[in-house]
Design a protein around this ligand. Sequence first.
Ligand code: G
Ligand code: MN
Length: 257
Amino acid sequence: MQAYYQPLIELSSGRCVGAEALARWIREDGEIVNPNIFLPLAEQPGLVPAITLDIVAATLHDLGKLLNEYPHLCININLAPEDLTSEAFSGALSHSLAAAGVAPTSIKLEITERAMIDTNASRDVIRNFRLRGHQIAVDDFGTGYSSLAYLQTLELDTLKIDKCFVDAIGTEAATNRVIGHLIEMAKSLQLDIVAEGIESEHQGDWLIEQGVEYGQGYHYSRPLLCEEFQDYFHKHKESSSHAISEKANLHILKHGI
Ligand code: G
Ligand code: MN
């Protein structure tokens, strides 16, 4: 198992505010396999939480020092439905963090919208994670049919708008109109918004105009190995003066000084 880190960006400034840790299984022939393929194969009870804890351990090993040095930096860990129902998972997570000396506020937990609905106990599980100091993001938001009424009963921090809605920006697809509603939902719930899978400057600019603060995607960076991510972070930890001066130049070209 190999952990990759995809930078999370503050869209208006280009500043890197964190990363999403992504698990990849490297087969002997070198092929890279994504978790949506290998997690369903883990039928043995307890195997999925063990894989999630492996990624936590890799993150703490790779980035623990950086997280201590930059307390506002946050790494997102993807949880599977099995992690939410596992009795041992949240205790083991807290134990790993304590052993590595990393604050729970440095680790945000991503839970898919579907897993939140499927689990009756999800409200309590989420509250428990938040009491331990973690922030909670709803992953793949917009694909799980949850209502505003239901979401407002959960203690959440962030909604991650699924890539399929970002893909539709600037196209005639019906989902093109849906993303506006998703952004409004997030705003009325007073949650941070992260747009996933941004692949073009046009998509990024449109999202900024709609008031979306954060994003990730190939337009900014692919998932990176630990050293590559650290380099990326150090280059982008301050607002990018380059991005700002480019925008200022454009403004001068369009409107004069
Ligand atoms: O389920 P979740 O949304 O966490 O999955 C993120 C997945 O999307 C990762 O496997 C990551 O490699 C992939 N990904 C991230 N950014 C992009 C992008 O801009 N384009 C595409 N096609 N895939 C992306
Ligand atoms: Mn995710």
